[in-house]
Design a protein around this ligand. Structure first.
Ligand code: NAD
Length: 503
């Protein structure tokens, strides 16, 4: 197949002119064949600064539009995404290497968050609070915040933007988005789709959404700009360690969505058929390149032999290959660096006594495309590479005999994103969900660690950064809260009984 030609055709049908896709020095490759599919012209730092100023002007006008009317724009965006789902999903598969159902699933998530945000646009309400003073009323109001900066990672190139943008827009903010340098094409497509929604919407300020194509330096411009009161940054913990303190230094808000080292516990009463499917999808799906990918598994010694040999078989037989032309379940790694990291982690695991099934490169005839057989590593204990996220399909499996020990080991890593337990024992499941159970932002029972729905708040604790985005009350991070006290009496009683009588 001519992947470059298909990319240009898809982008044109999504509304991106072919002129933008060549002539620059910013090379974009598809991991499917490892070939270049576009050469873009990145934005210069000065131009990025000007774009942020323009987005601030857009915010000042947009914040005055009533929230349900802002919701109408997001409703139209959802409609345009529905119409573009097949093409955008395919483009995600080309740019990231996701299998078709996952490329389409990513776009479905965008549609879902738009629907959620439309409803939310009529529910941005605050509380009315009892006051201690007679003839007074106290309440909270939520106001738009400003320019919302979005920095996104390669592995969810478009969904993460939409989780942030749909909420930010109904909350009255403008959005400046710095997509991953590995996946700028799907971002250009989103901007074109958004433009179509804007045209149908009618009168709206210019520059409500700006896409900044560039690398880390452009991300830094966004992080340091004083007119960006909130940056939602998704990526590695290394990135968050840099971005978090820079934002804190200028008292800007951060939503940090960083790395995960997610684990599952398989208990004696687990439904092993169900656990097997959930583990296989959680650990091998998206070629192990989800922040919520299952990376560690603690299996009770009474069910180890009933589960792990079946798992090993699944690892040996899963179809790894070109996701665009075959029915493979595991596509490529994003690039050579990801492959090298995986091999280094497997070497370290072997040195620490691990026994490895899989992990080898699968040849597809293209020197710069990196397909691997997912690796199942049986470890004597949780040590070395098991303690870190390696962004590749490696599942470390360990035996446990004592439930308290399993929970302690589960929590004994830096990251705190997603977790799951497989059990039919209510005492174990409730303990796992309790204050001294899983320490993650997401804790599941009898489903895997990956594949969250947009209705819940998404994010994790500890080195995952503490941010929450998407559903529940995550919208509050995109607004500023004012507490208002109104005196409708003829007296002026002071709070806490203070007297301050002047002549
Ligand atoms: P990455 O950290 O290399 O890059 C992410 C983004 O941050 C890119 O757009 C990059 O240009 C930008 N960036 C990097 N350093 C920066 C800096 N100092 N200042 C400003 N911007 C900077 O991550 P990646 O390889 O694209 O993605 C994989 C990682 O993302 C994994 O660790 C994965 O777990 C994590 N991730 C987390 C979530 C989540 O919701 N918690 C979701 C997806 C991915």
């Amino acid at each position: 197949m001519d992947i470059r030609r298909e990319t240009v055709e898809l982008l044109e049908s999504l509304g991106v002119s072919a002129d933008r896709l060549s002539g620059g020095d910013f090379k974009v490759s598809s991991p499917v064949f490892g070939e270049a599919i576009a050469e873009l012209t990145p934005i210069a730092p000065d131009a990025a600064t000007e774009a942020i100023e323009a987005a601030d002007a857009a915010f000042r006008a947009w914040r005055l539009v009533p929230a349900p009317k802002r919701g109408e724009l997001v409703r139209l965006l959802g409609e345009e995404l529905r119409a573009a789902k097949a093409d955008l999903g395919r483009l995600v598969s080309i740019e990231v290497g996701k299998i078709p159902s996952e490329g389409l699933g990513e776009v479905q998530e965008m549609i879902d968050i738009c629907d959620f945000a439309v409803g939310l646009s009529r529910q941005l309400y605050g509380l009315t609070i009892a006051t201690e003073r007679p003839g007074h009323r106290m309440m909270e109001t939520w106001h738009p915040l400003g320019v919302v900066g979005v920095i996104s990672a390669f592995n969810f190139p478009v969904a993460v933007w939409s989780w942030n943008a749909a909420l930010a827009l109904v909350c009255g903010n403008s959005v400046v988005w710095k997509p991953s340098e590995k996946t700028p094409l799907t971002a250009l497509a989103c901007a074109a789709i958004f433009d179509r929604a804007l045209k149908r919407f009618g009168e709206a300020p210019d520059n409500l959404l700006t896409v900044l194509v560039g690398g880390r330096d452009i991300g830094e411009v966004l992080v340091d700009h004083p007119k960006v009161p909130l940056v939602s940054a998704t990526g590695s913990t290394r990135m968050g360690r840099d971005v978090g303190p820079r934002l804190a230094k200028r008292f800007a808000r951060a939503i940090l969505e960083l790395g995960g080292n997610n684990a599952g516990i398989v208990c004696p009463t687990a439904d092993l058929d169900m656990a097997l499917r959930a583990i296989a999808f959680g650990a091998m799906g998206t070629a192990g390149q989800r922040c919520t990918t299952l990376r560690r598994l603690f299996v009770h010694d009474s069910v180890y032999d009933g589960l792990v040999p079946r798992l090993r078989k699944a690892y040996q037989s899963v179809h790894v290959g070109n996701p665009l032309e075959t029915d493979a379940l595991v596509g490529p790694l994003i690039d050579r660096a990801a492959f090298d990291h995986m091999q280094a982690a497997l070497d370290a695991a072997k040195a620490a006594g691990g026994s490895v099934t899989g992990g080898e490169r699968v040849d597809n005839g293209h020197a710069d495309a990196f397909y691997v057989r997912p690796a199942l590593v049986e470890m004597p204990e949780q040590t070395g590479p098991v303690l870190e996220e390696t962004f590749a399909p490696i599942l470390y499996v360990m035996k446990y005999s004592d439930f308290d020990d399993a929970i302690a080991a589960h929590n004994a890593v830096g990251a705190g994103l997603s977790s799951s337990i497989f059990t039919r024992d209510i005492m174990e499941s409730e303990r796992f969900l309790s204050a001294d159970g899983s320490d993650c932002g997401i804790a599941n029972v009898n489903i895997g660690t990956s594949g969250a729905e947009i209705g819940g708040a998404f994010g994790g604790e500890k080195e995952t950064g503490g941010g929450r985005e998407s559903g529940s009350d995550a919208w509050k991070a995109y607004m500023r809260r004012a507490t208002n006290t109104v005196n409708y009496s003829k007296a002026l009683p002071l709070a806490q009984g203070v007297s301050f009588d002047i002549e």
